[in-house]
Design a protein around this ligand. Structure first.
Ligand SMILES: NC(=O)c1ccc[n+]([C@@H]2O[C@H](COP(=O)([O-])OP(=O)(O)OC[C@H]3O[C@@H](n4cnc5c(N)ncnc54)[C@H](OP(=O)(O)O)[C@@H]3O)[C@@H](O)[C@H]2O)c1
Length: 261
């Protein structure tokens, strides 16, 4: 594996799915990884696995929906490691939520995790990175930002907010030495994806998705979108007149196979 520009990285949502795969990919390339999520046993198991494979890893149990605590804990780990080079706000939740049954309670949790939690993660050491003139901030958003999606108002809203936040950071931080990237994956086989009853097209395995991200991340592009057929489909759908698109969105029944996650 090729060397990376990062010595240390913090990844939220590292206890499963894309976050765990990103941690494996980065640790395999010699990056010291901090694994953050709520489920401590899963984090501990992954830390053991990465260490046994010769990597450097530590667990940081946290709930990103507790934003103030998240900021404090990330700052503390930044102190301990002598500076985080890469911060990946990946923690997220999502499940089919028909608009007709959308509640404030469910929306609040989703935004607190996917948007506020991500902003807390990304800003925790942002001024320190600017001071060091070094660092890379990454948010795992979704291709859902490119078009309305079935039963996805709150999820898409949370991810569109995250993408806009990252884009603005990048525009403003241009010359600071701090890089910013928004990641927009299509469908990836993970525990979250199991909440959806449909078989979507072009599904990737989490390790494949992580490889694609890490390979491109080193060049610090504004966006990492994949796989291209899904990106193309979503952009096309998003560009259609609402009168054509919206009836299609209403026809798709995602159903909740495993309920919410
Ligand atoms: N799978 C897809 O098709 C797909 C497509 C586009 C984008 N994404 C995005 O990719 C990211 C990772 O999702 P995934 O598919 O890998 O799902 P996943 O396997 O369910 O992983 C979600 C991760 O987020 C963590 N998490 C959830 N709530 C948290 C909280 N309050 N505090 C801290 N950690 C929390 C979970 O850990 P704990 O439960 O241990 O806290 C878990 O590690 C999400 O942001 C998702 O929106 C996924």
């Amino acid at each position: 594996m090729s060397p990376t520009p990062w010595r240390t990285a913090l990844i939220t949502g590292a206890s499963s799915g894309i976050g765990a795969a990103l941690a494996r990919e980065l640790a395999g390339r010699g990056v010291e990884v901090v694994l953050a999520a709520r489920r401590e046993p899963s984090l501990a198991q992954l830390v053991d696995e990465l260490r046994e494979a010769g990597g450097a890893a530590r667990a940081l149990p946290l709930d990103v929906a507790r934003a103030d605590e998240t900021v404090a804990r990330i700052r503390a780990v930044d102190d301990e490691l002598g500076g985080l080079d890469l911060v990946v706000a990946n923690a997220g939740i999502g499940w089919p939520q028909p608009a007709s049954q959308l509640t404030w309670e469910a929306s609040r949790e989703l935004f607190a995790t996917n948007f506020t939690g991500a902003v807390a993660t990304l800003t925790a050491v942002l001024p320190r990175m600017v001071e060091r003139a070094r660092g890379h901030l990454v948010g795992v958003s979704s291709v859902a930002v490119y078009s309305p999606t079935p039963q996805g108002s709150a999820y898409r809203g949370s991810k569109a907010g995250l993408t806009a936040f990252l884009e603005n950071l990048r525009a403003e931080l241009g010359a600071s030495g701090v890089r910013v990237t928004a990641v927009h994956p299509g469908f990836v086989r993970t525990p979250m994806a199991e909440a959806f009853a449909i078989q979507p097209p072009f599904v990737l395995e989490a390790d494949d998705a992580a490889r694609r991200v890490v390979r491109r991340l080193a060049r610090a592009p504004a966006r990492i979108d994949f796989p291209w057929p899904v990106v193309f489909m979503m952009k096309l759908l998003g560009a259609l007149p609402a009168a054509l698109r919206d009836p299609m969105i209403r026809r798709v029944e995602l159903g909740a196979s495993g309920g919410r996650r």
